[in-house]
Design a protein around this ligand. Structure first.
Ligand SMILES: Nc1ncnc2c1ncn2[C@@H]1O[C@H](COP(=O)(O)OP(=O)(O)OP(=O)(O)O)[C@@H](O)[C@H]1O
Length: 255
């Protein structure tokens, strides 16, 4: 069996007459941490939109574990296992952290998602899943606290947890450390790196320290195209990548 979780072949997205993505070939290995970087306007967000079905591909193909999902709806892609992290704004602020995770875990089966308020009858597997994610997030000490009362950093971790709880095949994280203080960044970095041991994570990130430190593979985009895809050391030393950043140093320690 192939070890590729998510792949695009010649993927293109057009906005009117503008090619936001052209001929993108992306290959995300199972159980790896894969980052997408590139200057502003490179097409990173458009790539996420295309992978999740928020925008339609104008050309090319998207495959999830070898299955063509190019024309699948965004809902179907979630069902098939492409999870994009929830935003803080989509957490249920009055419910506890644990209840939020329980709802996310239930969402996996449509009939369960239709009756999310069956608190007393929540199945053991759903509760077990919520507890396993809480442990993973190292948020056991605030598990019963309302999501709206958590710190910003804790809420951002919960967003990632909501994605994990649905047992996805691939987790997409859009700038998971944006707006975070230095302590929270460290925690998020550890969380993503550890997730890569048994999950497939694709994330967009501007913080080069994190990208270089925890990525197994980096895809560099520029002007809607893939410039380079490879391990951190190879990417950092690539002259085209340096040029794409117009002299801005690509720094960061490589693990
Ligand atoms: N809905 C849209 N209609 C027209 N052009 C768009 C639309 N959305 C994005 N674009 C353009 O597509 C290009 C790629 O944008 P995108 O947001 O994917 O880049 P990005 O790499 O995520 O940038 P950033 O790092 O600034 O978030 C940009 O030139 C942008 O102006």
């Amino acid at each position: 069996m192939s070890d590729i979780a998510l792949q695009t072949h010649g993927l293109g997205v057009r906005y009117g007459t503008f090619d936001a993505l052209s001929d993108v070939n992306l290959s995300v290995r199972c159980n790896s941490v894969h980052s997408i970087i590139g200057p502003n306007g490179a097409g990173k967000t458009t790539m996420f939109h295309a992978l999740t079905g928020t925008v339609a591909a104008s050309s090319g193909r998207i495959e999830l574990e070898g299955r063509d999902v190019t024309r699948a709806s965004d809902d179907d892609r979630v069902r098939l296992g492409i999870a994009r992290s929830f935003q803080v704004t989509s957490l249920f602020p009055e419910l506890s952290l644990r209840e939020n995770l329980r709802l996310a875990a239930q969402g996996r089966t449509p009939w369960q998602a239709l009756i999310p308020w069956r608190r007393a009858e929540a199945s053991k597997s759903v509760l077990d899943m919520a507890d396993a994610v809480i442990e993973r997030l190292s948020l056991g000490h605030v598990a019963t606290r309302a999501a709206g009362e958590l710190s910003h950093g804790q809420q951002r971790r919960l967003e990632v947890g909501m994605a994990i709880a649905a047992r996805p095949r691939v987790i997409l994280l859009d700038e998971p450390t944006s707006g975070m203080g230095i302590d929270d960044i460290e925690g998020m970095k550890t969380l993503i790196r550890d997730l890569g041991r048994d999950h497939t994570v694709l994330f967009i990130e501007h913080n080069m320290g994190i990208v270089m430190n925890i990525s197994d593979t980096i895809t560099v985009m520029r002007l809607g195209r893939t410039l380079v895809e490879g391990p951190p050391a190879e990417v950092r030393d690539n002259p085209e990548v340096k040029a794409a950043y117009l002299g801005n140093m690509i720094t960061g320690d490589i693990a």
